[in-house]
Design a protein around this ligand. Structure first.
Ligand code: ZN
Length: 358
């Protein structure tokens, strides 16, 4: 049938494209996104080719100095040191830089890009064939303890916050990149972190648990009125990385009617935890099978980590999304389930998050 080979629109849980583009001069960032230059994973031509309908665009305040993670994580075992606290001013400056890139992309490509503030706006953008972008913070270092910046960022469109990246901040403690390792790597949320959960609940801002350590996860699970979400994490039983979710965590996410986005990073997929591009897509299907089994068909989506990780070469970039979908079809995934994992589950999750606002 013609439909079975149709491209499935993908609304994706996580990318680091704004970080990649923010490193360029502004005009060049627009040109690189609009025309593509072959670098990175996401630009407009390849997004169109792959059926990329949008997703959570992360604003990730990078550490002052960044070790060559990709090299270190090729090893059979690794335990990267946690970066130090990032000062508020530094995080604010880089976060505003990435927010500005997103705003300028929307202005430069009004027929192709829309910043969305609700599930309805995502639906409207997708219907108009625009890339629907939800603004996300990966690591809340740009937010002060009085939440003044939270008000400003929310007004600018922010609708999703990961309390931490893999480092500590004033709110919580992220897991170090360690393999093999348990996600139980340190203390839970601080008082400021507990307050931030309430502030997010009050504004309908989604709380992302990816990168958070296990004690922090359980603190959010006990406090938050919203469904539990890990935008870009995988199955710990299949790949024993600190960044992946244990069965107990998956069960709690299911109970809250939450969602897990499959991370395409080889190091969070492979049983040996190595950051290698020569990774067969079958391992992605094994994680998806496990997630569907544990979370149900409404609890699984994608969270690619495009522009933020080494992904299987067979996917290569956002243009390769149909190759993953095709592999899932081959493994017996129905068209209905492909549409759920492709985008519907993120849309429903955004609706449930908005409905839980209090
Ligand atoms: Zn991440």
């Amino acid at each position: 049938m013609a439909e079975t080979s149709a491209i499935i629109p993908v609304f994706d849980g996580h990318n680091d494209t704004l970080l990649r583009l923010a490193a360029k001069k502004m005009k060049s960032a627009e040109a690189v996104f609009g025309k593509g230059d072959g670098s990175g994973h996401i630009d407009l031509p390849r997004a169109r080719a792959g059926g990329f309908a949008g997703g959570f665009f992360a604003m990730f305040p990078p550490p002052v100095t960044m070790a060559n993670m990709d090299e270190e994580m090729k090893a059979a075992r690794y335990d990267l040191a946690l970066p130090p606290l990032l000062p508020l001013e530094k995080a604010q400056a880089s976060t505003i830089g990435m927010l500005s890139v997103m705003l300028r992309l929307e202005r430069a490509f009004p027929d192709d890009v829309a910043i969305c503030r609700s599930a309805d706006e995502v639906r409207t953008a997708m219907a108009a064939n625009k890339i629907a972008a939800i603004l996300h913070i990966e690591g809340a270092e740009a937010i002060d303890a009085d939440f003044a910046n939270l008000d400003v960022l929310h007004a600018a469109g922010l609708r999703s916050i990961g309390l931490v990246w893999s480092r500590p901040n004033i709110f919580a403690h992220g897991v170090p990149f360690r393999f093999p390792g348990s996600p139980d790597t340190g203390p839970g949320l601080t008082d400021a972190g507990r307050a931030l959960v309430k502030e997010c609940n009050a504004r309908g801002i989604m709380i992302d648990l990816s990168h958070l350590n296990e004690k922090g996860f359980w603190d959010v699970a006990g406090l938050s009125t919203a469904p539990l979400v890990a935008t870009h994490s995988n199955v710990h039983a299949l790949c024993q990385s600190t960044r992946n979710l244990t069965d107990r965590q998956l069960d709690a996410i299911k109970e809250s009617r939450g969602v897990v986005g499959l991370n395409f990073a080889a190091c969070f997929l492979r049983p040996d935890g190595a950051m290698r591009a020569d990774t067969d897509l079958d391992v992605m299907v094994r994680h998806l099978d496990y997630l569907v089994e544990r979370l149900g068909e409404d609890g699984v989506a994608f969270g690619s980590d495009f522009d933020g990780a080494v992904i299987p070469a067979e996917i290569g970039s956002v243009a390769g999304l149909p190759r993953l979908i095709e592999r899932m079809r081959g493994a017996g995934y129905s068209e209905e389930l492909l549409h759920k994992i492709g985008h519907r589950n993120w849309l429903s999750l955004l609706e449930r998050t908005q409905a839980s606002t209090q």
